[in-house]
Design a protein around this ligand. Structure first.
Ligand SMILES: [Zn+2]
Length: 182
């Protein structure tokens, strides 16, 4: 077994290698394309966010096209995380609730997705869409311009800049220590 990969470090390295870490919002579809991954947009049931299908000849990510764009971007980044981090499985089915992820292997065995893999894929997605370094620069710049910004407004502005949901941005800023959990 290979050493477990660090999700954040993998995402940072990938963005840097592809030179996609300079312009916002991060072009997650270009990351997929560079990795040879096809993206299909389908109006899945509400509770299905996305799937990752690893076939011998190709890899496909299916995204729920009825979800908000910000959520679709996070789903793509999450599925790329499963791929890049080499999680064991050939079909990943991600439901709205993280605990409901299902992983199917080629031998037909399926299992509930391992919680650790889901947490890793989310960590990868957060860094891919909201790189720590870029967040640091943007927070500093935004507060420089508007020192009286409320936390809510800061979250709103950065969510729009990075094209992620306000919920995802709030969680990210809290994790990075910019916001105090309410
Ligand atoms: Zn997943």
């Amino acid at each position: 077994m290979s050493a477990p990969k660090n999700p954040e470090a993998e995402a940072t390295a990938l963005l840097s290698r592809l030179k996609l870490d300079k312009n916002l919002p991060i072009r997650v579809e270009s990351v997929a394309k560079a990795l040879g991954v096809d993206i299909k947009y389908e109006p899945f049931d509400e509770d299905l966010s996305g799937v990752l299908v690893k076939e011998p000849a190709r890899t496909v990510i299916g995204v729920n096209s009825s979800h908000a764009i910000t959520r679709q971007r996070f789903t793509i980044a999450h599925e790329l995380g499963h791929l890049v981090l080499g999680h064991n499985g050939d079909l990943f089915i991600d439901k709205t609730l993280r605990s409901q992820a299902v992983v199917v292997r080629r031998d037909g065995k399926s299992s509930l997705g391992m919680d650790a893999d889901e947490i890793q894929a989310n960590g990868f997605a957060a860094e891919l869409l909201m790189p720590k370094q870029v967040i640091a620069q943007k927070v500093a710049k935004t507060l420089e311009k508007k020192s009286k910004l409320t936390p809510d407004k800061l979250v709103q502005e950065l969510a729009a800049t990075f094209r992620v949901s306000q919920q995802a941005m709030e969680y990210r800023l809290t994790n990075l220590g910019y916001l105090i959990p309410s």
